[in-house]
Design a protein around this ligand. Structure first.
Ligand SMILES: C[S@@+](CC[C@H](N)C(=O)[O-])C[C@H]1O[C@@H](n2cnc3c(N)ncnc32)[C@H](O)[C@@H]1O
Length: 318
């Protein structure tokens, strides 16, 4: 049996060694999101006085789709100054983008840039530990086997016993007390320390510009355990054996507290709505395109779907 963070980290390596994101989920990436990101890029570019090189780093870039869309949509006066960098565990499907293969944050060496650093549906992939309040009110580490079967491990108060599972129990305890206090037997928390670290790292990659992470998230008011698996678009039990993609919502308020100036929005707040075209007027194909766009944006703003995603954003200036 292992801690969830250890089991999840090996499972993620195994899963992503053989799988492509598009085979398993539909994320928010498309032209509509690229256009929204481009407004962010244009604002930063203007604020920075149109620097000679504007870097966009996408962490957890998947197949590099968003970066390619940004390159295609950028106006000429910006396009020739863009440096596009994808970071992912997986190789780039083509050689038209700068690409860094590695396990972010700690397995990737990048210097701070002028521009935009973004991560879409990456923070929720960062392995985290799970702890549970036992029948006696003691918070213990949850241990898991490769088949997903769980058992309660040592109490967080037993730091040496937790260290055998590579868990810093003091840090976990502090985090749980501050961000996800457990009081009732059976209650669980997904410990956000590694996600906090990931957001600090992402923000630290910006010398001048903006860092932006968008993800499934929750705050103190809405905490609930969310660890699940995904396979071919379906929810599955979370088995850390590399056959399913593991994900848990991000405690975005704790991430935000790590980086002064971080602000939190919902995706619905960040994406302007699009009014569907009237029945008369536009010609057939144009009207069909406009309708498709309005329907995509409506999906991305759906408060019961991607519209509830959280956007973490911070501006940095050297
Ligand atoms: C859910 S997909 C999102 C892909 C894309 N950003 C999108 O929104 O469509 C997550 C991506 O993050 C990558 N990934 C997961 N953990 C990572 C890590 N620790 N470092 C770098 N990439 C990681 C996976 O390989 C995968 O391509």
């Amino acid at each position: 049996m292992r801690s969830w963070s250890a089991a999840w980290a090996s499972a993620a390596d195994l899963f992503w060694a053989h799988q492509s994101p598009s085979d398993h989920f539909r994320t928010s990436i498309g032209d509509e999101m690229a256009e929204r990101m481009l407004t962010e890029v244009a604002d930063v570019d203007k604020r920075l006085g149109h620097p000679p090189e504007f870097t966009i780093i996408d962490v957890g870039a998947g197949d590099g789709d968003l970066l390619r869309r940004l390159r295609d949509l950028a106006p000429p006066e910006l396009a020739h100054r863009l440096r596009l960098v994808g970071v992912d565990l997986r190789p780039s499907p083509d050689d038209t983008l700068d690409w860094v293969i590695g396990t972010a944050p700690d397995g990737v060496d990048l210097s701070p840039v002028v521009g935009l650093v973004m991560a879409h549906e990456w923070l929720d992939e960062i392995p985290c530990d799970v702890v549970e309040c036992d029948a006696g009110g003691v918070v213990r580490l949850v241990l898991v086997g490769g088949d997903g079967a769980e058992t309660l491990g040592p109490p967080l108060a037993e730091t040496a016993a937790c260290a055998e599972y590579d868990v810093d129990a003091l840090a976990a305890s502090d985090w749980v007390n501050a961000w996800w206090p457990l009081r009732v037997p059976g209650e669980r928390a997904e410990v956000g320390i590694a996600r906090d670290h990931a957001w600090r790292w992402l923000a630290g990659l910006v010398r001048d510009g903006v860092a932006l992470a968008t993800d499934y998230g929750h705050t103190m008011e809405s905490r609930r355990p969310t660890l699940v698996g995904y396979r071919e678009g379906r929810l599955t039990a979370p088995r850390p054996d590399g056959t399913v993609n593991l994900t848990a919502h991000v405690s975005v308020d704790s991430c935000a507290a790590q980086v002064p100036g971080s602000t939190l929005y919902t995706q619905r707040e960040m994406l302007p709505s699009v009014t569907p075209p009237p029945i008369d007027g536009a010609d057939g194909p144009a009207r069909a395109r406009a309708l498709a766009r309005a329907s995509t944006v409506a999906r991305l703003r759906d408060p019961l779907g991607p519209g509830a995603f959280r956007w973490l954003r911070v501006e940095r200036t050297s």
